[in-house]
Design a protein. Structure first.
Length: 480
């Protein structure tokens, strides 16, 4: 009969298959827009460190002021993630993603035109507010487009773009600074943000928690945000101010004292800042806790690798950036296929194997590194092992923690995991810097070894916790 769709193998019709393929293609294109934003945020974070010498010379900034360019960003993101996740689920994920992109672009423009370092610090805070809106909503707005059996692969692609940004951020930054000046590391964000904004409006459907009613907790939200901000300030500024400084102690004490208030409000209020019901899912509670220990070693280890190449072995910033690149490239290549394997086999042993490999990479450095440069014989093998471990673990951690979470709470779940990640990143960096600085003067290698022991121990705890506590099987099987 004319107009009748032709049967296709495996059931259904040719027309239905074409429709299904079109929907799936649109879902992956929408994910591409979300991952482009993640790439933008990660690159922006990594290139700023490369620009420090140029910024210091151009704006006549002190070292203390320069530290706030990074610290202000980290503190703001860590403080606002939970609120951003709540807003995304309630107000619309695409809507908050677009708002975040707009704020991030405005912050980037203000950074580019900043006439003095104080303005640059304030502009970085604006950028961070945008980044805190982008991070939870970028993934949450596209995950509903994928069935449970494909979500780990989708998160793997999202994570791969983050790894790609970490891999090429320093090199991109160095090229822009050498060719056009440091301000262009911020100006370049504007056309990228505009393209991502157009793509998200065209490709991504709006989604939100349709059951959300009533106002957010007007006590718990500001108290919780303040508590996180105070704790982040104490951790991030502890090295610069001194951990015995009255400001550090006061911020830490007040922040910790406020946390029980947040938990109490979260238990008693219908719309709290922190959704405690998420922790009823074993996959979420174990995945988040294990990821926290992983974060205690991840960024601190990367920081130590950069210092090893530059401060101990004497490589230039560009040489160090290129020298660090093979590991993140390996992680990028593995993230998507690892997500597919997690959808098929489950997360438990993939993540555990990845974290063990991360620990092994730093064990290679601990045993093999010396004061003499040994990039090809020691660092490169360790870097490739680390890249393999990161490719198996970091994006898979996110998909594991969110594997059993219902779609209406995707954004707040992602924001909760990311908040733990940000706090542990900052805490881990503070610990390794303290360990690195402790010891006899001139014993730089000893400082690296103490820091690597911390990193290895953090990964070991993470691997054991995940292997023992995370549920077996796939997310799709657990939902049956």
């Amino acid at each position: 009969m004319v107009g009748e769709a032709n049967p296709v193998p495996g059931g259904g019709t040719g027309k239905s298959r074409i429709t299904l393929e079109a929907v799936e293609r649109r879902s992956w294109l929408a994910l591409g827009a979300a991952t482009a934003a993640a790439f933008l945020v990660v690159v922006d974070v990594s290139v700023v460190n490369v620009a420090f010498p140029s910024i210091q010379q151009s704006l006549e900034a002190s070292n203390a002021a320069l530290s706030w360019i990074v610290s202000g960003y980290s503190i703001t993101v860590g403080s606002f993630l939970l609120l951003s996740g709540r807003l995304a689920d309630r107000q619309g994920r695409r809507r908050m993603f677009n708002v975040g992109l707009g704020v991030f672009a405005v912050g980037s423009l203000l950074c580019g035109v900043a006439p003095q370092v104080e303005v640059l610090i304030a502009a970085r805070v604006v950028q961070a507010i945008g980044g805190s809106l982008i991070m939870p909503s970028s993934l949450a707005m596209v995950l509903p487009e994928f069935p449970v059996s494909r979500r780990s692969a989708a998160i793997g692609m999202w994570g791969a773009m983050g790894a790609l940004g970490a891999a090429f951020g320093p090199s991109i930054g160095a090229l822009l600074i050498n060719g056009l000046g440091w301000r262009w590391i911020f100006y370049i964000n504007l056309p990228i943000a505009a393209l991502v904004l157009l793509a998200s409006n065209r490709l991504v459907r709006e989604s939100r928690d349709e059951t959300a009613q009533g106002r957010l907790d007007v006590v718990g939200v500001p108290v919780g945000t303040l508590a996180l901000a105070l704790i982040m300030v104490a951790i991030v500024q502890g090295e610069g101010w001194g951990y015995g400084d009255v400001r550090v102690v006061a911020f830490a004490v007040v922040g910790v004292v406020l946390l029980p208030v947040v938990i109490w409000r979260s238990r008693s209020h219908a719309n709290p800042l922190l959704d405690l019901t998420l922790f009823r899912f074993r996959s979420f509670s174990v995945g988040t806790a294990s990821f926290g220990f992983y974060a205690l070693g991840f960024v601190p280890g990367f920081l130590m690798s950069s210092l090893l190449l530059q401060d101990l072995w004497g490589l230039s910033v560009l040489e160090a950036g290129l020298g660090l690149t093979p590991g993140p490239i390996m992680a990028t290549l593995l993230s998507v296929p690892t997500g597919r394997l997690a959808d098929r086999w489950g997360h438990r042993w993939l993540v555990t194997a990845g974290v063990v490999l991360c620990a092994l990479a730093y064990l290679v450095l601990l045993v093999g590194a010396s004061e003499s440069s040994a990039y090809f014989s020691v660092f490169l093998p360790a870097n490739l092992i680390l890249g393999t471990g990161v490719g198996l673990s970091i994006a898979t951690f996110i998909s594991a923690a969110m594997s059993d979470i219902p779609p209406p709470r995707f954004a707040i779940a992602n924001a909760t995991v990311r908040t733990v990640q940000q706090v542990c990143f900052a805490l881990g960096i503070a610990v390794v810097i303290a360990l690195f600085s402790t010891g006899p003067a001139g014993d730089m290698l000893g400082g690296f070894q103490r820091a690597w022991i911390w990193v290895i121990a953090s990964f070991a705890v993470s691997a054991v916790l995940f292997a023992i506590g995370f549920p077996s099987g796939t997310a799709a099987r657990r939902t049956r």
